[in-house]
Write a protein that binds this ligand. Structure first.
Ligand code: FES
Ligand code: FES
Length: 158
């Protein structure tokens, strides 16, 4: 079946197998920031933004993406510049092996955009990131990354 969607601001049309997950489709397009972790909606490694909502793509059929706007971690890089969230993850040392990082970045991006001008508490950040698992960092640096991302985002001219 045919679907139309935008990925990182560009329009695409795909002829897909209706059983295919959005994770499979995105990875086939070379968007390897979309990681295949648990494949059952538990780890968040496959998170992208669909119409600006953080979504596990391993349990989201590609056909449901028809008419939607999809953002992946690749699209957050503008020219040579990381997004505020990506830069904050680097600055706070919140990246170790990196496998979970794109998913965390996309969930964090949705939080930063949704709560612009409203600094989140540690507890709110932990709750917001509850769907993303990290085996390396112990989460403390990731919490700091979201706090720093909110600051950097405030300083970013729009
Ligand atoms: S791979 Fe999708 S939630 Fe784990
Ligand atoms: S940095 Fe390795 S799983 Fe999170």
């Amino acid at each position: 079946m045919m679907i139309n969607c935008t990925i990182n601001g560009r329009a695409y049309q795909f002829n897909i197998d209706p059983r295919m997950s959005l994770m499979e489709l995105l990875r086939q397009q070379g968007l390897n920031s979309v990681k295949q972790g648990c494949s059952v909606g538990e780890c968040g490694a496959c998170t992208v933004l669909i119409d600006d909502i953080a979504t596990d793509t391993c349990i989201y059929l590609a056909l449901w993406a028809d008419g939607k706007s999809i953002r992946t971690a690749e699209g957050e890089v503008k020219g040579r510049h990381l997004s505020a969230v990506q830069q904050a993850y680097v600055d706070t040392g919140a990246v170790q092996c990196g496998f979970c990082t794109p998913g965390f970045v996309m969930t964090s991006t949705s939080m930063v955009e949704r709560f612009r001008g409203q600094p989140l508490t540690e507890q709110e950040i932990r709750r917001g990131l509850a769907g993303n698992l990290c085996r390396c960092t112990g989460y403390t640096s990731i919490i700091k990354a979201v706090q720093k991302a909110q600051q950097l985002d405030e300083e970013t001219p729009r």
